[in-house]
Structures are given as C-alpha cells and as structure tokens.
Design a protein around this ligand. Structure first.
Ligand code: SAH
Ligand code: SF4
Length: 383
C-alpha cells in the first residue's frame, strides 16, 4: 500500500524521505513539486535526485479526490462535490472577489455538533477527513482554477476559510498539518491572517490551536445568552458562553489579528430582536471586565429543506447591525454568494447516499423559487 503524499506537512514528508533512506532536505523539492506546481506524476519531477525518483512510485502516490460534480454560479462562485468514499461526499466552494479568491474548505463528512440552522448538522456525522482529504480540496481547486481562469503560475486562492462542512476543531489532529501546509512558503504560502478557522466553540481545542498553529479565528456565536445558544448550538451545553469568551481572550495574544470574528446567523423571530442586539453588545463589551476585542459578521440564514426556520427580513438584519455598530463593535453583513447552486453558508449537505432524493428535492425547490426570484431579486444580490 502506498502512502498519499498529500497527507504530509513538510516535517512529515522529511521523515518519510528519511525512511526511504534519503536526505531530509529532498523533501522540500518534492513538496514544492506537489504544492507549487500541482504535480502528481513523479516522472515529471526531472530535477529530483534520481535515487528518490526511482523509489517513489513503489512507496508513494499523490492523489486527489474524485470529483462527483462541479457547479458554476452566475456570480463566479464554483462548488465541487468530492467523493470521500463509503457513500460520503464533501463540498468545497471557491468565492472570487475583486482583490482575493477565497476557498471554503470542509473538515468532516457531516458534523456531530448538530446546530439547528445548519444543513450539515442535520445530516449527522459520518467521519473525520484526513489531512490529505482536507488538502486535496485546496490542491485540486488551486490547480484547476489556474487553468480554468487562464492564470498559469499565478496563485488564484489567496484565502482559506475552514467554513465548509464539519467542525474543524473536532478534527484538530488532521487539521493542524493541513494548516501548516497552507502557511508553508514551500507550499501555498498563505499568511496566518488569510487562513481562518471557524468553530462552534470547542474550548480546549481553541487553546490547542493557539499553541500549535494560530491562525485567524472565527467563532460561531449566534446567541447572546446560554438558554438560546444551548438550543441553537448544542455544544454550548458543554462549553457555555462565558467559557467560550474566556478561550477567545486567551487566544488573542497568539492570534495573527487583534480581534476575534463572531459569526451570528440571523434567524427570523429567534435571535434577531433589538433586545438580542443590545444583550450581545453588553456581553461582548463587558465580558471579563474589559470586553472581547472583536468584529461581528451577521449571516442572513440560508434556508434548506425541513429546517423550520426563516431568514430575518433585510430591515431587521440592518437594524441589528446598526445597534452593534452604534454600540462600538464593527459589524458587517455577509453577502450571500453562490446561492443559485446551494453553495451559501450552511447549505452544504453533500451526502451521496441521499443524492437522488436531494436532486429531486432541489429540482422541486428550484421550480418554486425561480419565478419568485424574478419578481423580487435576492436582496443580497442587489447589495
Ligand atoms: N463548524 C464550524 C464551521 C462550519 S459552518 C462552525 O460552525 O463555525 C460555517 C459558518 O456557517 C458558521 O458560522 C455557521 O454557523 C454558519 N451557518 C451554518 N448554517 C447556516 C445557514 N443555514 N445559514 C447561514 N449560515 C449558516
Ligand atoms: Fe457543525 Fe458548524 Fe454546522 Fe454547527 S454550524 S452543525 S458546528 S458545521
């Protein structure tokens, strides 16, 4: 059985080369072929020491994930559905903007946290992705996009957000080496502030991330008090808000930015009143005495079948944001991208076993939704 070299950070690859009886430094060359040039064939690596090149095919391979589908949104967003075996699939989304290209990467097939407003959470948990499966999403997307967008040799993906399917901090073992490859100059060379881990609040793992690989941190808060958060994000029963905010304060000295981003999904009649906004403001400005340095990102809820929830009206989202901004916390409203291909936050389901049914449901929804969209275009699109 060969090992997949996408599973290694540079340190791991060096140890692997040593096992093959090669000098550790040869790993750097190999690593660059893989992550700078997108090579998957050892024969291509002409400047690699011959001894190593000859040993590699018997011991190793460089393989990505089978692509089950690719969908291109009218706004340039691209979504891939990757097969990870045993009837599971994960989704990866590329979001182009004027000055950057962001890849939204999955960390698990399904998710065990089970947030009420999240399609992945409703699907349940299948398994953790390996480091190689996390990195394959980046590796495949980057080298596909360079060709597709006709930008050879240029970096297309400038930012990575771990905001796809799954709770990255419940898979920290595979996550850390993957983050290291994203940051490594011999690989993708992204700065720490351009790599964001988003978490629903796995407190001990926030500390571990600070120690092992601090990158930008986004925390999915969604509620200003424990009873409401217990209901929306069940993990809150284990790590309540005060403990989570303490972990944020401990994270900040190691963080590449001097603030934490709090994500707040706007749910009609659930967590979106002016009182909720004022409670949130007080919580974040006063926690621990001096408050938590932060920004808030309001995410209009993206509906999915059977969620039983609705998005707050645009005016309610704006009013909520206004209260926070006036109270001194910089608050933005996330623009929805790629919703015509169900690529928006929380819409990622990717369960192959359920595909036929999902495709049917999707077709039904489209049939209902499209005419409405002609009459009242999606408010986010107009922004
Ligand atoms: N598990 C991690 C990262 C993946 S979810 C986390 O929860 O942070 C990425 C973001 O999408 C989170 O902020 C999550 O709360 C949000 N999200 C989930 N479902 C959503 C939905 N239906 N509409 C809008 N945002 C959603
Ligand atoms: Fe899991 Fe994040 Fe979805 Fe919650 S929002 S179920 S933590 S993926």
């Amino acid at each position: 059985m060969t090992v997949n070299l996408l599973d290694f950070d540079l340190e791991g690859l060096a140890a692997f080369c040593e096992q093959l009886g090669e000098k550790r430094f040869r790993a750097t060359q190999l690593f660059r072929w893989i992550h700078h040039k997108g090579a998957s064939d050892f024969a291509q690596m002409t400047d690699l020491a011959r001894s190593l090149r000859e040993k590699l095919p018997a011991a190793a391979r460089i393989t990505g994930l089978p692509v089950l589908s690719r969908q291109d949104s009218a706004d340039g967003t691209i979504k891939w559905l990757f097969d990870v075996g045993d009837g599971n699939a994960v989704e990866t989304v590329f979001i182009p903007e004027d000055d950057r290209g962001t890849l939204c990467v999955s960390s698990q097939a399904g998710c065990a946290v089970g947030c009420r407003f999240c399609s992945t959470g409703h699907q349940g948990f299948s398994r953790n992705l390996t480091t190689g499966e996390i990195l394959a999403q980046l590796w495949q997307a980057e080298f596909f996009l360079r060709q597709h967008l006709n930008r050879p040799g240029e970096r297309v993906i400038t930012n990575v957000v771990m905001m796809g399917m799954g709770e990255p901090l419940q898979n920290i073992h595979a996550l850390i080496p993957a983050l290291k490859v994203m940051l490594d100059d011999h690989a993708y060379g992204l700065s720490r502030r351009r790599v964001t881990v988003s978490t629903s609040g796995v407190v001990p793992m926030i500390d571990r991330l600070a120690q092992e690989c601090p990158v930008a941190l986004a925390v999915s808060l969604h509620a200003p008090n424990d009873p409401l958060r217990d209901d929306l994000v069940p993990l809150n029963r284990k790590y309540p808000i005060a403990e989570l905010l303490d972990a944020c304060l401990r994270y900040l000295p190691a963080a590449p930015r001097d603030f934490i981003t709090f994500e707040y999904c706007m749910l009609d009649g659930v967590n979106d009143t002016p009182e909720h906004a004022r409670e949130l403001l007080k919580l974040l400005r006063e926690h621990g005495g001096r408050g938590v340095p932060c920004k808030i990102n309001l995410i209009p809820f993206n509906p999915f079948p059977d969620s039983g929830l609705r998005c707050s009206p645009r005016a309610v989202v704006q009013r909520f944001g206004q209260i926070l901004n006036e109270g001194g916390i910089v608050t933005t409203i996330r623009k929805t991208r790629g919703d015509d291909i169900d690529a928006a936050c929380g819409q990622l389901a990717g369960d192959v076993l359920d595909r036929t049914d999902a495709a049917r449901r999707l077709a039904q929804r489209r049939a209902v939704e499209q005419p409405i969209r002609f009459v009242t275009p999606h408010p986010e699109r107009q922004a």
